[in-house]
Design a binder for this molecule. Structure first.
Ligand SMILES: C[S@@+](CC[C@H](N)C(=O)[O-])C[C@H]1O[C@@H](n2cnc3c(N)ncnc32)[C@H](O)[C@@H]1O
Ligand SMILES: Nc1nc2[nH]cc(C(=O)O)c2c(=O)[nH]1
Ligand code: SF4
Ligand SMILES: [Mg+2]
Length: 235
């Protein structure tokens, strides 16, 4: 059995959401059932890049994670693309046996049994600006598959007012989920530097919006890796 892997990199810090700042190694799966217009990881989504995706066995992926982490157990972050279109159960079992933790980022469109074996599951339903349509039955199936296994959080990207109002509605639908909001980054070209002043202004705008609304539930966070390294890959 092999998995399509776009890249394995780290150690770095988790730049987003529930585990922001936590040292981690990333395993980025190739392939996605969505096509968000603003996706910052197109190299793991667009089939134009599929020749860059390596078919790897769980053992081979595991050997690389161990090499990068010098055998010190840390949190492995499985992202993509949508990792849920593949079976990461065997990889998680290998890592767990050696004391590593596992987090996964997915949009919540495909449920998997192995969600229950994670420590952290971040579900990131897509707002209107992405031009994707959320299947809420599939999203609920992801929550059910996770069960009481991992800590589950919801991370919503906000590009504009319509996204913000959508996030408020979605948040009400899931009153018990920890909620993370991050500003959308419209500059995703890996070959161009990001405008940090503009990025911080977007963060400030989102903080202002939430506080002016008296909405005290979400944590508002930047993409920390984007502030530090821009759109550079492999960090
Ligand atoms: C690249 S996705 C991969 C995992 C999964 N497909 C998903 O969307 O959750 C990881 C995270 O990056 C966020 N993201 C993608 N493009 C972004 C952008 N241009 N600005 C801000 N966040 C973005 C996604 O919403 C998601 O929370
Ligand atoms: N440092 C770092 N943190 C991240 N959090 C989510 C990422 C992703 O692209 O899925 C990501 C990433 O690519 N790098
Ligand atoms: S679901 Fe995630 S990886 Fe797929 S296109 Fe959207 S942001 Fe990119
Ligand atoms: Mg990213």
């Amino acid at each position: 059995m092999t998995l399509r892997i776009s890249e394995i990199f780290g150690p770095t810090i988790q730049g987003e959401g529930a585990l922001i700042g936590v040292p981690t190694v990333f395993v980025r799966a190739g392939g996605c059932d969505y096509r968000c217009v603003w996706c910052d990881s197109l190299h793991a989504v667009d089939s134009a890049y599929r020749r860059d995706w390596a078919p790897m066995t769980p053992d081979a992926i595991w050997a690389e994670v161990k090499r990068l982490s010098s055998g010190q157990p840390l949190v492995v972050s499985i992202s993509g693309g949508n990792p849920a279109i593949q079976d990461f159960g065997p990889l998680i079992a290998l890592g767990r046996a050696e004391g590593y933790g596992f987090a996964c980022e997915t949009q919540g469109s495909v449920a998997r049994d192995w969600f229950a074996d994670l420590d952290t599951l971040v579900l990131s339903p897509k707002p209107p600006s992405s031009y994707q349509v959320v299947d809420w039955a599939a999203f609920d199936a992801c929550l059910a598959a996770a069960g009481l296994g991992p800590q589950v959080g919801m991370k919503i990207v906000i590009f504009d007012e319509a996204d913000y109002l959508w996030a408020r509605e979605v948040a009400e639908r899931y009153p018990d989920l920890p909620l993370y909001l991050q500003p959308g980054n419209p500059e995703v070209d890996p070959d161009r530097p990001v405008d940090l002043t503009a990025a911080l202004a977007r963060l400030e705008g989102l903080i202002d919006r939430v506080t002016a609304d008296g909405w005290f539930r979400p944590r508002v966070l930047p993409q920390l890796h984007m502030l530090v390294w821009g759109n550079k890959r492999g960090v």
